[in-house]
Design a protein around this ligand. Structure first.
Ligand code: MSP
Length: 659
């Protein structure tokens, strides 16, 4: 069995985790899950980087003992990762004895290679990034070029690592292993950096104590990056467990943000070469989440906390958003309106809707049991769907192999769109009316459910919880990506209880922002319900006129709150003792509803039957003349005129959204 060892950076514990930290871990998790689905023996490592002056100071500022402080924040990381459904196999803390042993062991090996010497370090240091900053790179002569905080002057005895000795070997390695650093932009930067000449690196400090003691010289603690990078071999068993080490090391993928690619592609391989250990296979530097055009970071105070989004939208909505929205390698802006739009469009409308349509129809037309495939009755439409399924499998797997979940999810969503179209084109609700169409109805619902099974499998790495929920609804077991193909859903399986996957989110962006910023996790009060009266539907002033009279403009989010759907009138009759009201039964694709509308003066009930109308799908029910109306019909009403129903110039199937 192939092994796959994947790591995230280990995170500093001077502050609470934010979305940037969560992001790397979510991407790594999706990769780890995809490799497990391919049958690989995955070892997925994350953890915390606990030493260094920054942590020592943060603990002192908080008035807490450094070790207790470290325990507190490390626990917050663990909790966050559990809430994010992260499937890490190990969580390493650099204060653990196993790591102290490993860091000291690699130090000795480097020392034995005669790559360490003592000298005085005289220069600038950024404590936030734990980096030595050359004077020529200072911004305004005093600030760190990476994070903008003021640097400190250091002058102390230090061990130096002979980094300069490895310049040519590093360049040779980059040349011989073009996949070592990705994307190309990072690779080119590193080639340029190393080619411009490497200076030896200071790897110990004497001015503080919160670090791993240098072997045989306890006045020194190791430079935090020397200590931290070693975590990757500690967790693989170094130095004690040779069997494990030879199984998992070298790592197959170190994943991180672009700002620490240099430490991973220059320092780390040089330390490993010096210690006589193999180099990791691949380093990927992803882009940054930006907020207001700046890197989201604690020092700038512009961070998004993941918890609020998980509470409101569910963990998979957050996972989906970050994986879909950021193309690995590029920066992305975290904006609430994009989040909300993606949630409502991709998750509520596309995925949620198709799952609810298919499962509801199987319940309604097939007693909740997956029907027979009845291949004999299929047509070109079914073959086309199966081709779409096969293409989605091939494309999603190929993109996952390139660690590109944005493209992978896009490929899966193409299948969801195709499935929605297939249902609309086939009109199972129409087939259900005639016994002679029974075989085709069953074939349609089988194929649709089978395609859903594939969707569930393809979203599994990105959205494990939703994948599992869809499978439960379909009564279908978990399945691997090996040999995933259309047509293997088991007929006769009983569907599980149907539950909404991603209910439409009716909050505005402003409400969301307030929720994300507040620590209060309760949802705000629901907006007052619009009056569900036939007068509003067909007899009131035109909506635009009313809005402009009030001087108001609504946002697209306000508009998107109104879920407009196409429906077909099945029956219509006048409401006794009412001049205006008509009671109708309408078909909205997945269900039938009763509607009452004030259009009797314009339309004879018989003329309404079979007509396509537009209705407000998500209006609270209201009683009109004792009849419950579940929605509202759209009609235009000129001043003093009679209502005229909204219609289409082409056939549009029931259930289609109008916007
Ligand atoms: N402790 C070091 C890493 C040592 S690895 C041997 C460190 N820690 S950190 O807490 O600052 O985390 C940095 C990592 O968090 C980034 O490399 C990236 O993976 C993630 N991110 C932090 N902010 C981020 C964004 N704004 N956007 C995307 N990822 C970000 O550096």
């Amino acid at each position: 069995m192939n092994k796959f060892y994947i790591t995230t950076p280990i995170y500093y514990i001077n502050a609470e985790p934010h979305l940037g930290h969560a992001y790397t871990t979510m991407v790594a998790d999706a990769i780890a899950r995809s490799r497990r689905l391919l049958g690989e023996d995955v070892f997925f490592l994350t953890g915390t980087d606990e030493h260094g002056q920054k942590v020592e100071r943060a603990a002192r500022d908080a008035g807490i003992d450094t070790r207790r402080f470290a325990d507190g924040i490390a626990a917050r990381y663990r909790e966050l990762f559990a809430a994010l459904n992260i499937s890490n196999d190990d969580f390493i803390r650099t204060t653990e004895p196993r790591h102290v042993r490993a860091a000291q062991a690699i130090w000795r090996r480097v020392r034995d290679s005669e790559d360490l010497y003592k000298a005085t370090y005289e220069g600038w240091y950024c404590t936030v990034d734990e980096l030595f900053v050359p004077e020529s790179q200072l911004v305004d002569g005093r600030s760190c070029p990476t994070c903008g905080t003021a640097v400190e002057r250091l002058s102390e005895e230090s061990y130096f690592f002979r980094l300069s000795k490895y310049q040519d070997r590093l360049l040779d390695h980059y040349r011989d292993h073009p996949e070592f650093i990705t994307p190309d932009i990072r690779r080119n930067e590193m080639i340029a950096f190393v080619s411009s000449g490497l200076r030896d690196l200071s790897v110990s400090r004497t001015s503080f104590k919160w670090g791993i003691p240098v072997p045989d010289d306890p006045a020194h603690v190791m430079y935090v990056w020397f200590d931290a990078l070693t975590n990757y071999i500690t967790a693989a068993g170094f130095p004690d467990d040779e069997v494990r080490l030879s199984r998992y090391w070298p790592a197959d993928l170190h994943l991180m943000g672009k700002e620490i690619v240099r430490q991973h592609t220059v320092y780390w391989p040089a330390f490993l070469m010096s210690a006589g250990l193999p180099l990791p296979r691949r380093i990927i530097g992803h882009g940054w989440w930006l907020m207001n055009e700046a890197k989201m970071s604690k020092s700038l105070g512009n961070v998004v906390r993941p918890q609020g989004y998980m509470d409101r939208f569910g963990v998979d909505a957050l996972r989906y958003f970050v994986l879909r929205e950021m193309v690995v390698g590029q920066d992305a802006n975290f904006a609430d309106d994009t989040f909300l739009a993606r949630y409502n469009a991709d998750l509520a409308n596309d995925l949620g809707n198709v799952v609810s349509r298919v499962t509801t129809m199987i319940v309604r037309y097939c007693h909740g049991v997956v029907p027979e495939r009845s291949a004999g009755s299929e047509t070109a439409l079914d073959t086309e769907l199966q081709e779409r399924v096969a293409a989605a499998i091939a494309n999603t797997l190929a993109e996952a192999g390139r660690f590109d979940f944005s493209a992978g999810l896009r490929a899966t969503w193409e299948l969801i769109a195709a499935l929605n179209k297939y249902i609309v084109a086939r009109e199972p609700w129409a087939l259900a009316k005639s016994p002679s169409s029974r075989a085709l109805l069953e074939a349609t619902l089988y194929n649709a459910a089978d395609a859903l099974r594939i969707v569930a499998a393809l979203i599994d790495p990105a959205m494990p919880e939703s994948s599992e929920r869809i499978r439960r609804m379909l009564g279908s077991p978990a399945e691997s990506w090996v040999d995933l193909r259309p047509g293997t859903l088991r007929s006769g399986a009983r569907l599980g209880p149907i539950e909404p996957l991603f209910p439409r989110m009716e909050h505005t962006v402003d409400e969301l922002r307030a929720m994300a910023e507040s620590s209060d996790t309760r949802a705000p009060e629901a907006a007052p319900a619009t009056a569900n009266s036939p007068a509003t539907a067909a007899g009131g002033p035109p909506a635009a006129a009313a809005a402009s009279a009030a001087g108001d403009k609504i946002t697209i989010d306000d508009f998107m709150k109104v879920d407009l759907r196409v429906a077909k009138v099945l029956t219509a009759e006048k409401v006794p003792s009412s001049r205006k009201l008509v009671k109708m039964t309408i078909d909205i694709g997945t269900e039938q509803r009763t509607l009452v509308a004030g259009i009797a003066e314009s339309y004879e009930p018989e003329a309404l039957v079979g007509r396509t109308i537009v209705m407000v799908f998500n209006l609270k029910p209201a009683k009109l003349m004792g009849i419950e109306s579940n929605g509202m019909v759209l009609a235009a009403s000129a001043e003093g005129g009679k209502p005229v129903l909204v219609g289409f110039d082409q056939d549009v199937p029931p259930g289609t959204r109008v916007r």
